[in-house]
Write a protein that binds this ligand. Structure first.
Ligand SMILES: *Cc1c(COP(=O)(O)O)cnc(C)c1O
Length: 426
């Protein structure tokens, strides 16, 4: 074991501050990083990696973007935190409200978990109902109500996915099948009037990358309207990754509440939830639902987010970014075909995923679970060896940044070919 990892494990559980970083799913030891610039990560031995994790999504401009760094540097000179309102919070709030029309008012938090947790509390407080619906394979952070797995069958109430989550809380979370419209209709017809809200990743990025079916999401919207349930689009990952309006813009759907995170902090700890004014005014200090945060709306984090989003507004930004994603996915598929490897990819905007499967297309969670995971793990390690940093688990999405060049993508596809060649022998 490396010295640094051994040292870390003595004082941090598993040596990491977030579990997926530990490489448990793929085996082996995590790589400790030292610096990053553009599309590259550099480890503590100065080895370079083309990075498709991008801090799990936020670094859409590439690492250490000079304008973002400059904005942060400027801001820190005036103090790090005040615990009082600052104007930059309004500036970023206004920018997001302008870009995403469904968000009439927004509140900032310090993480995506806080944003989804608060959105759920707000939906419950607003409707006076306790039950919520989520979908298997969607991740909404690690708050108790959302760390729930489904039992089998549509109306089976949830069992906690983690010790420490009380069963009495899990009872209120119903977990359904992603992209199964019939099941959703059936459940809402039966108990829609007890449902406080439905929370969904409109483009799922935590069961690898699975875009929502348009019909599934549109039906969800109309069912929520019919039953006065709050529709929560969790766009912590898809926000500003699928376009300026997020997945909701792409699908043309207006959720009641949207949760954001990742990109809106530009690499700093930021989350947010926002939506219809009448619902948002239900939170304190205007309304009765309590929500707070010592460092929420931190001015340094706001500066990083504001600068990041401003750069996304430049004409053609997303067209360029999406073309890179398409080129990578097409290149990987062609390479796999060349080596006779059963393989497919998904991508939406700048989110993408690869699957070692015989299936032509992956649209459901069970396909992700049933894909050849040992083969992914071997591929992951080979790519790492060749200087390409993929997410260290087969159920995570990949990301693209604007700084990935044609050469970086060609380099990645070449590394994939070398890796496919080895997989064929094993
Ligand atoms: C990352 C993520 C979260 C949790 O955000 P944190 O900042 O890690 O707490 C919630 N929802 C989705 C869709 C995410 O991808």
């Amino acid at each position: 074991m490396s010295k640094v990892f051994e040292h870390a494990q003595r004082v941090i559980p598993g040596g990491v501050n977030s579990p997926v970083r530990a490489f448990k799913a793929v085996g082996g030891e995590p790589v400790f990083m030292k610096s990053a610039k553009g599309p590259y990560l550099y480890d503590i031995d100065d080895k370079r990696y083309v990075d498709y994790v991008l801090s799990w999504g936020p670094m859409i401009l590439g690492h250490a973007n000079q304008d973002v760094i400059d904005a942060v540097k400027e801001k820190i000179q005036h103090g790090l935190s005040f615990g009082a309102p600052t104007e930059i919070e309004t500036t970023l709030a206004e920018k997001i409200c302008t870009l995403i029309p469904s968000i009439e008012k927004i509140r900032f938090t310090s993480s995506g978990t806080e944003a989804t947790m608060s959105a759920i509390r707000l939906a419950r407080g607003f409707t006076g109902r306790d039950k919520i619906i989520k979908f298997e394979g969607c991740y909404h952070g690690h708050s108790d109500s959302l760390l729930i797995k489904a039992g089998s069958g549509a109306l089976t109430f949830g069992v906690p996915s983690s010790p420490g989550v009380p069963a009495c809380l899990a009872e209120h979370t119903i977990t359904l099948t992603y992209n199964n419209t019939e099941e959703l209709i059936q459940v809402m017809d039966e108990i829609g009037d007890q449902i406080a809200g439905i929370i969904v990743e409109p483009v799922a990025g935590n069961m690898n990358c699975i875009p929502g079916d348009a019909d599934f999401l549109h039906t969800m919207r109309s069912l929520c309207t019919k039953h006065n349930s709050v529709l929560i689009f969790d766009e912590v990952m898809s926000g500003f990754r699928i376009g300026l309006e997020g997945a909701q813009g792409e699908y043309g759907i207006t959720p009641d509440i949207t949760t954001l995170g990742k990109v809106i902090g530009g690499g700093m700890p930021v989350g947010a939830f926002g939506g219809r004014s009448d619902i948002m005014d239900f939170i304190a200090p205007v309304g009765p639902v309590y929500q707070a945060g010592t460092l929420s709306g931190n001015p340094v984090a706001m500066a990083a987010g504001l600068t990041t989003i401003t750069k996304l507004e430049e004409p053609g930004f997303y067209d360029t970014l999406f073309a890179k994603t398409t080129a990578l996915c097409e290149g990987l598929e062609a390479a796999a075909k060349e080596y006779g490897i059963p393989f497919t990819t998904n991508h939406k905007g700048s989110m993408w995923g690869l699957f070692f499967t015989q299936d032509e297309k992956v649209t459901r969670y069970h396909q992700v679970i049933e894909a050849d995971i040992p083969r992914f793990n071997a591929f992951f390690h080979s790519m790492l060896e060749h200087g390409v940093y993929l997410a260290p688990a087969s159920y995570e999405a990949g990301f693209m940044s604007i700084t990935h060049t044609d050469d970086d993508i060609a380099y990645t596809i070449d590394a994939a070919k070398k890796s496919f060649a080895v997989l064929n022998k094993s």
